[in-house]
Design a protein around this ligand. Sequence first.
Ligand code: COA
Length: 460
Amino acid sequence: MFLPPRTRLWASLSRSGAPKRFASTKSLKETLQEVIPRKQEQLKKLKAEHSQTVVGDVKVENIIGGMRGIKAMLWEASVLDPNEGIRFHGLSIPDCQKVLPTAPGGKEIIAESMLWLLLTGQVPTEAQTRQLSLELAEKGDLPPFVEKLIDSFPATLHPMTQLGMSVAALNHDSLFQAAYEKGIKKSEYWSHTLEDCINLIARLPALAARIYRNVYKPGTPLPPLNKDLDLIGNYSALLGFGDNHNLTEYLRLYIALHGDHEGGNASAHTAHLVGSTLADPYLSYSAALFALAGPLHGLANQEVLRWQLAMQEELGSDVSHDQIRKYLWKTLNSGQVVPGYGHGVLRNPDPRFLALQQFCDSRPELEQSSIVRLVKKTFEVAPAVLKEHGKTKNPYPNVDATSGCVLYHYGLREFKYYTVIFGVSRALGALTQQVWARALGLPLERPKSLSMDALEKLIK
Ligand SMILES: CC(C)(COP(=O)(O)OP(=O)(O)OC[C@H]1O[C@@H](n2cnc3c(N)ncnc32)[C@H](O)[C@@H]1OP(=O)(O)O)[C@@H](O)C(=O)NCCC(=O)NCCS
C-alpha cells in the first residue's frame, strides 16, 4: 500500500464490505457536520440584519451584457478577484500549493485535498486525504447499465455529449431523489446530496476513461480501479497513462486548479440553477457539462490547441515573435477570437495559467517541447496585439491558453477529449455548492427578465 508508515497503521481491517476507515481522523461528513451549523448561523444573521442592505446597482449594460458584474449569487467555495484571480476559502493558488496534501510520491495538489478544502473550508490532514481517496476508489465502479449505455454511443458522438448523457443516467441511483420520494426533512437534504456528490465524483474517472477508450482506443481493456491510488492516479491509469508519471502529475494539478472558479461561470451557474429546482446532483451536473461544452467556455482548451497546432503547421516550429504577431492579426482580422485569451471577470493573467506555466518551466522535457514553447512565445506577443485590437477587456491568457499543450506533449493528443478532463475537474466546485445549497436551504433561482419595451418603460 502506498501510505506513509504513520498513516498505514491507521488503515482499518474492514473485510466485511463496510467502508474501510482510517482511525483518528474525522471523516468528510463529520467535518461538515461541525462546519454547517456555523454557516447556517451566518446566513441567518445576514438575513435578519442585512436583508435590505444595498451592495450594488443594476445598470442597463448589465442586463443586456450577460449579467456581467451583478452580485447575485451565494457561492461558498471560492471568490474570484478580477486582478489577483481565484481564492478558495481565502487561499490563493500558491497558498494551496504550499498547504494541500499531494499524492504519495507526487508533488502536485490533488483533487481530494482540493475537494475537502472546497467543501469544508479546512485544509485536510494527509490521513484525511488518503481516507477520502480510498472512499472514492471504493465507490468508483460504474453500474453495468451505464457501461452498456456508454458502449452503445457511436464513436463519432462528441465525448462531452457522451459524458453529459452518462452523468444524467447515473441519477438512476440518486440517494437524494430516493430519499426525497420517501419524504425527508429539509434539514436532511444535504447529507443525501453529499452521498450523491461523492458517488458521482468517484465514478467520473471510470466514466470519462470509458468514453476515451471507446472513442480513441477501442478494444483495449480497462484496468480495475486501484484502491491504493488517488482519484486522478486512477483516472490516468484508466486512460492508459498509469506509468506516465509526468502526465499523471499534470492531470492532478490541472484538475485541482480547475475545480472551482466561483459561481457565475456558465457551468457552475448551470449546476446551481438546475440544482435550485431540487434536481439531484447527477441531473444538475449533467446540465453543467453541456454548458461546459460551449467554445466560449470549456471547449476553449480544445480550440487553443487546434489553433496553436495550425499556427505551428503554417509557420514551422522555430517561429519569431513577429511571425506570431502576424498570425494573431490574421486570426483577429478574420473575425475570430484568439482562443485562450480574455475572461468574463479576470483582468490580469490567470494565476492558474501562471501555475501551469510554472509546471512547464520546472520540467526540462517541457522546456524542449515545440508546442509548449510556441504557447509561451504566443503569451509574449498576444497581450500587446489584443490591446492594440482594442476589443477585449482582458488581453491576457486564461488557464486554457496552456492546459492542452502539456497534455499533447505528454501523449494525450486527442484534443476533442480535453473538455472531458475539465468536466471531471469542475465537478469538485459545482457539487460542493450543491451540498451547501441544501445545507443552507437556498431557494429556487428566479431572476427577473425584461423585454426591451419593458426596459424602455422602466428607463422613462
Ligand atoms: C472568455 C470570453 C468569452 C469572455 O467574453 P466577454 O466577457 O464577453 O469578454 P469582453 O467583455 O472582453 O468582450 C468584449 C469584446 O472583445 C472580444 N474578445 C474577447 N476576448 C477576445 C479574444 N480572445 N480574441 C478576440 N476578441 C475577443 C469579444 O468577442 C467582444 O467582442 P464584441 O464586442 O464584438 O462582441 C472571451 O474573452 C473569449 O471569447 N475568449 C476566447 C475563448 C476562451 O478562451 N474561452 C475560455 C474562457 S476561460
